[in-house]
Design a protein around this ligand. Sequence first.
Ligand SMILES: Cc1ncc(COP(=O)(O)O)c(C=O)c1O
Length: 364
Amino acid sequence: MNQSLKLFTAGPVACFPEVLEAMKTQMFSHRSREYQELHMETIELLSWFLETRKTILLFPSSGTGVMEASIRNAVSHGGKVLVTIIGAFGERYAEVVEANGRTAIKLEFKWGEPVDLDRLKEALDLNPDIEAVAVTHNETSTGVLNPLKDIAKIVKKYDKLLFVDAVSSMGAADIKFDEWKIDIVFSSSQKAFGVPPGLAMAALSDEALELSRNMSGKGWYFDLYKYYKVQLEKKSTPSTPPIPQIIGLNVILKKIRDMGKYNWLDMYRRRSERIRDGVREIGLRLFAKEGFESPTITTIYSPEGVDGSIIYEEMRKRGFELAKGYGRIKKITFRIGNMGDIKDEDIDEMLKNLREVIEELKSR
Ligand SMILES: Cc1ncc(COP(=O)(O)O)c(C=O)c1O
């Protein structure tokens, strides 16, 4: 295992040192008073971060577990979900809808672009019987951040449920859960919070919770109402949670609180801008439409005729782990993540090496 690689990955990302340090602690039972305090404090911190007074839950799973739970708990059997697709993770949401016996009405947009608001309205007009709209907040394959606030406004005008995949945005882009009237938003620990994988977190509206309460055939492991009740009664989770990851998340949320939420989000915005500026200076083209660039990941066209994975391999040889292209644009792109423990000097060093790699490849 090469531990000296500088990570610019799409996740898992380089964890913050204070997170790794705190996770070394000896274990305690998830039914102990120590755990209850940790659990409820972490919920409190997440509520603050997502600006919500609604239900926050923690899950022993990655983010996809909660993606599946959103469908199983809050969409009727055979019910329709309008899935907006701007890249590979929107495609996954549609697959999850179908895999759970519901119907995905796919609303696809050109990769590299965000959801077009007029087309969203049109689709809602054409499909009055849909129950929910699914949105990828930050599409990790294309490096596009959707205008979630504007999307939410439209979805709520049509009085539909709104499910948001915030796996690669929560912790790096603003989410105002109550004000934007989101019904379910979920994320994973291994992305912008800079914590190891294994923990998912979600916020739920009262309506989503009520739907879960009455839903049949939702299974046991991802019964959202059960999570809510166990949290209320036992200040814990129904099955064993990833305690070290929760300790890590707790540490990072306190760091965000101390730094100030908007200063923290600004840190991510500035990092991603630094990368985009550097990439443009090298003469490479960005994949995301201008004005919708992700604060956590930059997708870049590889030069004409160069497979993106060669750039990934060449950078690895120099000590930098970037991310390969993903989904149908795998060959023509590569990606640079900026989540977790990354310093500006590391970004500059990575860009210097990227320039040399690109020049070398172009002269071959
Ligand atoms: C936007 C998005 N959604 C969903 C996932 C899947 O998350 P997980 O691997 O935590 O299940 C990812 C992972 O990269 C992602 O980037």
